[in-house]
Design a protein. Structure first.
Length: 183
């Protein structure tokens, strides 16, 4: 009788185990939403990331200005960097080891901003920032951003030229004057 009780117990344990395993496999890959119905997410096709490649790094207006800049700087040792983040060429005077909260408060202000073009010398030392100002620069948030960026450039000794309307000649004159390039 003892053996029969042991066999029945083993059968019940096996049946419970198989039932639990089968239930787990049935629910795998499904999520419950508010109405408690199951959605099979295994068969939903998503791209691996939500990103796509832009057709160009520059807008048509930026491309036009870039072509003018390359023509203007042709024959000089100056290099044009396209859309670098401010944090790529502006360093911090404090270390995150000194005060993480203060460090990241200031670092975050420069890490998500970029300049349209950065003119550098042959050693890749930044010499002049160029911002192509479009209609968005009249928005309140953009005005505040420009004030911050302008003050930061002033503090670090980097010149900036804001360009609204332009011709090749006007760009050339402004850049040559700022960089003291002789024609």
């Amino acid at each position: 009788m003892e053996t029969l009780g042991m066999v029945i117990s083993l059968i019940l344990i096996f049946v419970a185990y198989m039932w639990a395993k089968n239930r787990k496999n049935t629910n795998e890959g499904k999520i419950n939403n508010e109405d408690e119905s199951n959605i099979d997410i295994k068969n939903i096709k998503y791209p691996s990331t939500p990103y796509k490649l832009h057709k160009s790094l520059l807008t048509s207006r930026e491309k036009e200005l870039y072509q003018i800049l390359t023509t203007v700087l042709e024959g000089t040792s100056y290099i044009i960097a396209i859309k670098p983040r401010l944090a790529d060429f502006i360093g911090m005077t404090i270390s995150h080891k000194q005060n993480k909260q203060v460090y990241y408060q200031y670092f975050n202000q420069i890490s998500a901003k970029h300049v349209d073009f950065l003119i550098c010398d042959e050693e890749l030392t930044p010499k002049l920032a160029i911002e192509l100002d479009d209609s968005t620069h009249s928005q309140k948030s953009r005005i505040e951003r420009d004030r911050f960026v302008n003050q930061t450039y002033k503090d670090i000794g980097l010149g900036i030229i804001h360009i609204h309307e332009y011709t090749k000649e006007s760009i050339e004159a402004r850049i040559f004057e700022f960089l003291l390039i002789k024609k």
